[in-house]
Design a protein around this ligand. Structure first.
Ligand code: PHE
Length: 457
């Protein structure tokens, strides 16, 4: 994608917004968000998720943009450039590790999406029923060979784009296709809302039942907020390093966080009414999207064409999100280790392919490696997800907030985020600073201690 040495910047504020949204919007909105809402009991999880986005997500995104634009460097090099003491580079290393862990399972799920595009084109979903939707998903998932082949195809596509360095191309694709994806989700929403029994789905999504809120549920909501907004691992830091000097970065953080949440909620509105109407269970797990969407489209005129379009656009959203994720290690290898861009990409994606097979072969209990459990708890697929989203990203976010809140001069922070005073946003800056210094770190610490049982909420 970006040629780091030239230090390009995005051309306009509009491009900044769409590029950043292109990283945030992906399988997180369409696949992970609905399935986690389903397994964590509905509305209460949604409420905690939205609180995490506002109280922790927006402040930390602003911090990442600050570090990125101020240093105009990659996630590891940035701290050196800002004269931070050596230890802060750990944030960058953790980011590189998170990028790998996420990519191991993300490429696997993206592979399922790619294969659904292919299946939809072949007309495999004609006359789909609950039973056939289930069998189609299971055969996609359990394979064993086909999901590995699709994962390989995904990683090849991502490598080609990353090597070709077609940042502008990607920008243009996201800018035009993201609104189309948005419209398709809206069409699904309208259909889902008019299905018999739709209100039960809405009730599940929006009714807040506080008894559902346990430590692990709150941690999962927090982890999802980080995963969704691509935070805590240097992706937004790297993007910040390409921002224009005139960008209002706090406004960008807020706009990206809110648009991203809106897309997630709209995906939820498309899925949950269908879950209840077609007799699935909300706690279905990772298959939720793959089973409900073909069923919803089977009830829409020209549904088979729209189904192809839906999975195609989801595949694009997943691909652009992956590109921003993999850019973190690639930028590190090229800028800090002096490896050429092409080799850096091939090295990174090859590791992702080899280890990613472990995720692919453990996605379901009946998969080839489905009964291997790390530390007796989770399989590879779930472990990669849990360790990255629920542990590394929030810790990365905590360290970023502590760095900016306690090791950067407040004046410096305010100067950069007010574009040298030209934005007149003093009040907003003072508020966000309080969040960065006190509220976000405290919340992060409380959620952690609560989830490991050291304190009880
Ligand atoms: N935010 C992306 C999504 O929702 C995933 C992602 C995580 C991308 C971390 C980059 C870095 O799908």
């Amino acid at each position: 994608m970006e040629e780091k040495n030239k230090r390009e910047t995005f051309s306009t504020g509009f491009a900044v917004f769409f590029a950043t949204l292109g990283s945030a919007v992906g399988l997180g909105n369409i696949w992970k968000f609905p399935y986690l809402i389903g397994t964590n009991g509905g509305g209460a999880f949604l409420l905690v998720y939205l609180l995490c986005v506002v109280l922790v997500g927006i402040p930390i995104m602003s911090c990442e943009f600050y570090i990125g634009r101020k240093s105009r460097k990659n996630a590891v090099g940035a701290f050196k450039k800002l004269n931070a003491s050596k230890g802060w580079k750990t944030i960058g290393f953790m980011g590189v590790a998170s990028a790998f862990l996420i990519a191991f399972f993300y490429s696997s799920v993206a592979g399922w999406v790619y294969s659904y595009v292919f299946k939809a084109i072949k007309g495999d979903f004609a006359g789909v029923t609950l039973v056939t939707a289930n069998t189609k998903f299971m055969s996609t998932l359990v394979g064993p060979l086909s999901p590995i082949v699709w994962q390989f195809i995904v990683l090849c596509v991502v490598s080609i784009i990353l090597i070709a360095g077609v940042k502008n191309g990607i920008e243009r694709i996201t800018k035009t296709l993201m609104p189309v994806l948005f419209i398709l989700i809206l069409i699904c929403d309208v259909r889902a809302l008019t299905l018999p029994g739709a209100s039960q789905g809405l009730k599940f999504l929006f009714h807040v039942d506080f008894t559902q809120l346990t430590g692990p549920v709150i941690l999962a909501a927090l982890g999802l907020a980080f995963f969704k907004l691509s935070l805590g691992m240097g992706t937004m830091l790297t993007y910040g390093s390409y921002f224009t000097q005139s960008n209002n970065m706090i406004a960008t953080s807020a706009k990206v966080a809110l648009s991203d949440s809106l897309i997630s909620i709209l995906a939820g509105i498309a899925i949950f009414p269908a879950v209840f109407s077609f007799g699935l269970t909300p706690s279905e797990g990772p298959g939720l999207l793959f089973k409900t969407i073909p069923l919803v489209f089977s009830k829409i005129p020209f549904g088979s064409v729209l189904l192809v379009a839906f999975f195609f656009l989801t595949a694009i959203a997943a691909t652009t999100a992956m590109i921003s994720m993999i850019e973190v290690p690639v930028a590190y290898f090229t800028e800090e280790k002096g490896i050429g861009r092409k080799n850096a990409v091939l090295l990174t994606t090859s590791i992702m392919m080899v280890v990613g097979i472990l995720a692919t072969l453990s996605a379901h209990p009946t998969s080839v490696l489905g009964n291997i459990h790390i530390l007796g708890q989770r399989g590879f697929f779930d472990s990669f997800d849990f360790i990255s989203s629920n542990i590394l990203l929030p810790i990365g976010g905590l360290l970023i907030a502590i760095y900016v809140g306690y090791f950067v001069k407040k004046e410096d922070f305010k100067l950069e985020l007010s574009n040298q005073g030209t934005l007149n946003n003093d009040l907003v800056l003072n508020i966000i600073y309080i969040f960065i210094k006190f509220i976000s770190p405290c919340l992060l610490i409380i959620v952690f201690f609560n989830s490991i049982g050291i304190i009880k909420l």
